[in-house]
Design a protein around this ligand. Structure first.
Ligand SMILES: [Zn+2]
Length: 453
């Protein structure tokens, strides 16, 4: 067995076993109360197990009774964790949620589903058995909130394009529908995630260029290709600069119209799955688009009120899907709509303390994480808005953004998991306040910027 490789699970001792995963690699960050364990190769491990990116870390954190934080390039568990212990818990995760309960092979990926009553079941690709997975472990609640992808991409895309073309019949001719379908189905294979962005831009432009589409069609197809099948993953985060580039630079000076079609494409991709099973990611995805300055507050408010739809009259608009998207985006919309709020100082102080704890060790990595272009852009913007703005302030802003994002995600997750809790209302109130708190900081930052123009 090659060094650094283990069988799935590692308790299988056959050196020629065909199912392998990398050994867990970790690094410790910080010290004292703020000490955290960074799971350096989580993406590789999740990939080998064919599970959504955060499943293994969320499972292990639950077992350890610890919390996790996900940033664009690091996956943190609070506390200094023993890697051997983590490996042991990973095996436990594998036995419960990666292996077929009958033949014990890791062949249930893509075949795990959450039934109406919340039962998690799988069908094995190898032995064909349909079995129940562990529904009693507290990780089962996480799976119910964030179910793994169930179908193959090809089928989803086909469904979605058929749906969209059936809704737009009469508006566009058959030949065009055929071209759009073809483009949607093949665009994702044009994007190479390990290639530099310029290369992808060139390839995408060459590919879509062949169809001689108008802006609507171009961006609709682009959205299909650019949002990965498993929408809310590292892959999506890595593609944010590409999305930003297309909206800003490849939209024939119509970024708003392009963005509208991007949202429609996203909507169709999200709801093309059976029963909209990906809708729990809508707010998170929108938040990332917002965070990267792709989706603007102003745009979203106009979208909610229907102004954008009236203005651009896209042939891909499906009102039913739009309604569903708006419902699924409620968290995000609430957050956008909530204005400045006078919150409790206590919370703010606590948040500040938390921030300071991780500020030191993440200062450098936060900067690296930022996409080069993004940083450059932000730098430029800030330079224009406020000359000589102190480096420290800038870092604090970045920190705030990170924090906000994390809290936002945690809030969402907790909310989901507490779905049946009697204290739901109470919790909701708390979350709302937290959100308002974040919003307030955001507003402050904006005000400063606007004043300085
Ligand atoms: Zn089996």
């Amino acid at each position: 067995m090659a060094t650094g490789e283990l069988n799935i699970p590692s308790t299988v001792k056959d050196p020629h076993y065909r199912y392998k995963m990398p050994k867990i690699q970790t690094a410790t960050q910080g010290s004292g109360n703020g000490i955290k364990t960074n799971w350096v190769n989580l993406p590789e491990v999740s990939n080998a197990l064919k599970v959504p990116l955060e499943y293994p870390i969320k499972f292990i954190a639950r077992e350890l009774g610890s919390n996790t934080e996900t940033k664009s390039n690091s996956f943190l568990i609070n506390g200094s964790q023993d890697v051997e212990k983590m490996q042991e818990l990973l095996d436990k995760f594998i036995k419960k949620y990666v292996l077929c309960p009958k033949c014990h092979l890791p062949e249930i990926h893509g075949k795990i589903r959450v039934e109406k009553k919340g039962e998690i079941k799988c069908t094995c690709r190898s032995c064909g058995a349909t079995c129940e997975l562990d529904n009693t472990h507290n990780f089962a609640a996480y799976i119910r909130s964030y179910p793994p992808p169930y179908e193959k991409e090809e089928r989803i895309t086909k469904e979605a394009t058929e749906k969209s073309s059936s809704h737009t019949k009469g508006k566009i001719d058959k030949k065009l529908i055929k071209s759009i379908k073809e483009c949607c189905l093949n665009l994702s294979s044009v994007i190479k995630d390990d290639a530099p962005m310029e290369k992808n831009v060139e390839e995408i432009n060459n590919f879509i260029g062949k169809y001689n589409f108008n802006l609507d069609c171009k961006f609709y197809c682009f959205s299909f290709g650019v949002f990965p099948d498993e929408i809310y993953t590292q892959k999506f985060l890595n593609r944010l600069p590409l999305i930003k580039h297309f909206i800003e630079n490849e939209s024939e000076n119509k970024p708003e119209e392009a963005l509208y079609n991007l949202i429609i494409g996203f909507q169709d991709k999200i709801f093309s799955r059976q029963k909209g099973e990906k809708k729990q990611y809508v707010s998170s995805v929108l938040y990332y688009l917002y965070d990267k300055d792709i989706l603007k507050e102003d745009f979203w408010l106009k979208y909610l009120s229907g102004n954008i739809q009236e203005k651009y009259n896209s042939m891909f608009r499906i009102e039913e899907g739009e309604k569903k998207l708006k419902e699924a985006a409620k968290d995000f919309s609430d957050w956008i709509e909530n204005g400045p709020y006078e919150g409790e100082e206590e919370n703010k102080e606590q948040e500040k303390e938390d921030k300071n704890d991780i500020k030191e060790e993440t200062k450098e990595s936060t900067k690296e994480e930022k996409d080069e272009e993004d940083t450059e852009e932000k730098g430029k913007k800030k330079g224009k808005k406020k000359k000589g703005k102190k480096k420290k302030d800038k870092e604090k802003e970045e920190k705030d953004n990170e924090k906000k994002k994390e809290v936002k995600e945690e809030t969402k997750e907790e909310k989901k998991e507490e779905g049946n809790d009697e204290n739901k209302e109470e919790n909701k109130e708390e979350k709302k306040e937290e959100k308002k708190e974040e919003k307030k900081e955001e507003k402050k930052e904006e005000e400063i910027n606007i004043d300085d123009i």
